[in-house]
Design a protein around this ligand. Structure first.
Ligand SMILES: *[C@@H]1O[C@H](CO)[C@@H](O)[C@H](O)[C@H]1NC(C)=O
Length: 286
């Protein structure tokens, strides 16, 4: 949520709390005797409470209400349109200003990268996450990825827009699976010398609905490395720390991986420019 929106929500919340406190304070001390006056007072209270509740609810509706009756939202604008570019820039600005991102940047033994940023322009349009799903209202910007220098852990922050829903207003579970697949893959593949691996298994527990149009934080962890097989686990939370889902995955390096060119994969993963203690694999000719 943008900080401006957050402060608007806060002030409305504060207003409604103040208002109801005042109503509580006034109600019992109001002169009770005349029945007619009591009814009139109740009428005024209801007349006031309804619009106040409506305004408060419209600005900050309870999750359960949104689940059953989401507010209508216009379709996403074209990525190259003026408004499309503005939305993309706004999401990028918010991402760069997140407290979590600032905190991660202070940690030693971690590096930062931007997966998909250097994706081959001749291939990007056919990529699910870097092409088809990229755009305002969808995956507006590439995620920011932080990784431990020894590639045992990762923290990825991604924005999930309003047009990636299953139930309207709630991010599609299959999209969350895609996000897990790619974030867990990044952690796993950095542990494979060729950086080439395929998903052999992905196991997800969905814990709570993921509301659209928010940043999510995926934390990944290397569990096991055994031959060509890498096991990783991960969690997905809202910025407030609410668990959305958790997952485990197994990635396997194909037997023919050493014959493939890996530089494109390295770019896609957002590998550190100078991997420590390890030279970039020379692309091999078939
Ligand atoms: C990775 O680095 C962390 C420190 O950031 C250290 O605690 C951990 O033991 C290292 N793990 C391996 C497998 O090297």
């Amino acid at each position: 949520m943008s900080s401006r929106l957050a402060s608007a929500v806060r002030s409305v919340r504060q207003f409604s709390t103040t208002f109801s406190r005042r109503a509580e304070a006034v109600a019992p001390t109001a002169p009770p005797p005349a029945r007619a006056r009591g009814r009139w007072g109740l009428g005024v209270a209801v007349a006031l409470a309804v619009p106040v509740a409506y305004v408060a609810g419209a600005v900050n509706p309870p999750t359960i209400a949104l689940m059953f009756s989401p507010r209508y939202s216009p379709p996403p604008p074209d990525r190259e349109s003026k408004i499309g570019k503005e939305i993309t820039a706004e999401v990028e600005r918010e991402l760069q200003e997140l407290a979590l991102v600032a905190e991660m940047r202070t940690l030693s033994e971690w590096y930062e990268s931007r997966p998909y940023e250097k994706y081959d322009p001749n291939k990007v349009h056919n990529s699910l996450t870097a092409g088809s799903l990229r755009g305002p209202g969808k995956l507006a910007v590439p995620p920011i990825a932080f990784a431990k220098e020894n590639e045992t852990e990762g923290v990825i922050v991604a924005h999930l827009g309003r047009s990636l829903c299953g139930h309207d207003g709630i991010i599609h579970g299959g999209l969350l699976a895609t996000v897990f697949d790619e974030t867990l893959a990044r952690n796993a593949l950095m542990n494979i010398p060729t950086h080439i691996g395929v998903t052999a298994n992905l196991n997800i527990n969905y814990r709570s609905p993921c509301m659209a149009d928010q940043f999510v934080v995926v934390r990944t962890k290397l569990e096991q490395k055994k031959g060509r097989k890498v096991v990783v686990s991960g969690t997905m939370d809202t910025l407030d720390g609410e668990r959305i889902a958790d997952a485990t995955a197994i990635f396997v390096e194909p037997k023919w991986a050493q014959f493939l060119q890996s530089s494109g994969v390295t770019d896609t993963l957002g590998a550190p420019t100078q991997p420590e203690g390890e030279m970039e694999m020379e692309p091999r000719e078939l």
